[in-house]
Design a protein around this ligand. Sequence first.
Ligand code: ZN
Length: 158
Amino acid sequence: MQIADKTVVKIDYTVRNSDGVLIDTSEEREPLAYLHGFNNIIPGLEQSLTGKAEGDKFTVSVEPANAYGERNDELVKVVPKQAFQGVDKIEAGMQFQAESPQGPQMITVSKVEGDDVTVDGNHPLAGQTLKFEVEVMEVREASEDEIAHGHAHGPEGH
Ligand code: ZN
């Protein structure tokens, strides 16, 4: 059976950035099961899976626009240390949940200089071209419930 809209697909995958650094892998976990055609995975990966079948193995390179988006420099801001009340020590690499007009947003501290803290609201993978190695483990028709809910169900339901 071929992958098309309203099929549930199980894949094993490994994803690296353009420098070959490992970002994520399903190895030693369960394969990822998702409902195809419902934007449950990044667009570039979903498109590349259309028409594939169980047993297919392939690699695909996904540009930022079809992954986590381009970096937006407007999301990088310098804020005073006092903005982080209740945090003992601010260090590069720390992540915080912040309120933004678009709702909760994850921000990463990218630099600390004296009282100036540079924060970055971009997704950590924004601007990155991602290289996926994929193996299609299973393809099946989605159930009516799955289509109604817009996601895949496991053997025990949700
Ligand atoms: Zn559901």
